[in-house]
Design a protein around this ligand. Sequence first.
Ligand SMILES: Nc1ncnc2c1ncn2[C@@H]1O[C@H](COP(=O)(O)OP(=O)(O)O)[C@@H](O)[C@H]1O
Ligand SMILES: N[C@@H](CCC(=O)OP(=O)(O)O)C(=O)O
Length: 372
Amino acid sequence: MRERVQQAKRWVVKIGSALLTNDGQGLDRAAMAVWVEQLVALRQAGVELVLVSSGAVAAGMRTLGWTERPKAMHELQAAAAVGQMGLVQAWESSFKQHGLHTAQVLLTHDDLSDRKRYLNARSTLRSLVDFGVIPVINENDTVVTDEIRFGDNDTLAALVANLVEADLLVILTDRDGMFDADPRNNPDAQLILEARADDPDLDAKAGGSAGALGRGGMATKLRAARLAARSGSHSVIIGGRIEQVISRLKAGERIGTLLTPERTPLAARKQWLAGHLQMRGALVLDDGAVRALREGHRSLLPVGVREVRGQFRRGEMIACVDVNGAEVARGLVNYSALEASKIAGQPSEAIERLLGYVDDLELVHRDNLVLV
Ligand SMILES: Nc1ncnc2c1ncn2[C@@H]1O[C@H](COP(=O)(O)OP(=O)(O)O)[C@@H](O)[C@H]1O
Ligand SMILES: N[C@@H](CCC(=O)OP(=O)(O)O)C(=O)O
């Protein structure tokens, strides 16, 4: 089972508040340096990495000299604004010692529920990863209202795992993993080493609320693992203070709690694509493009499109049909109908000249394409 962890090519690593701030005593830079060392080694082993870092509120509280987590939203938001500064500075300076750079990405719920913003966030994160930069993500606490909060970064991390199509979500927390009862009240609780994410028996075990600093507790971590499993990602819930935790996970050691999905990432994503979206229009492909999709399993480039039918926006679902109107594939389109009609039949290098900008070189990326 642990070979899936070893083989995972794209990791999202989430670090909780309690862990990062050494139970509220301010950012634990020494611990951060140790994780960074291991994360750098992961990168060197070819793993693509996205970090989700909590701790803004906890770090801000410390800076402002507050000892108790405030309840009022505006106070929490103020603390987050103060704390986020130190948080990203600490990550940047730690990665910089290894010659790597970080990028701050602050997201709200709206950014991931709107298709267009979702695609934009996805391209930006992918580009950052391609440039060798480590995205450090947190919720945009200073602007969110109650209705649009993720609230806990476990959920945010799972949605990021969906967004970047990660094969592994690692949730680092202050316990060794998920136990069969809350270890705060049950000294005999046993660590769960492996389980199916969708196992209903887990719900009763992941009870209890969060610690004094975190927001989620184990229930949100379980929910996060289930969300990540929907796009085929494995999750590990594990203690961030375990010695060499990340390197040992990478080496396949059976530590922490591994929660497995029922399907592989691509199959899960494509099933979602095939079943869950309404078709908004169609692209008529020439024979070469039909072959490239069917036989080469390639992305659809504008050059192979003869005609654009219907009205659609970036991120919506369209059908790809051959010249006789027979459906070849369906997928999420990277350009609106108007933009698509301007670039249809043209090489991808011409997109910038024709539109004045380039979102993607493909009209439909093969990861977002299902053959029918
Ligand atoms: N079954 C369980 N196994 C492990 N921890 C649990 C369980 N149920 C509840 N918890 C509690 O969840 C806490 C971790 O959640 P939280 O405080 O939100 O941490 P983080 O800041 O890492 O997100 C643990 O300290 C633990 O007391
Ligand atoms: N965005 C918040 C994190 C929310 C939170 O507390 O998350 P977590 O500690 O992961 O349960 C912050 O940076 O303080």
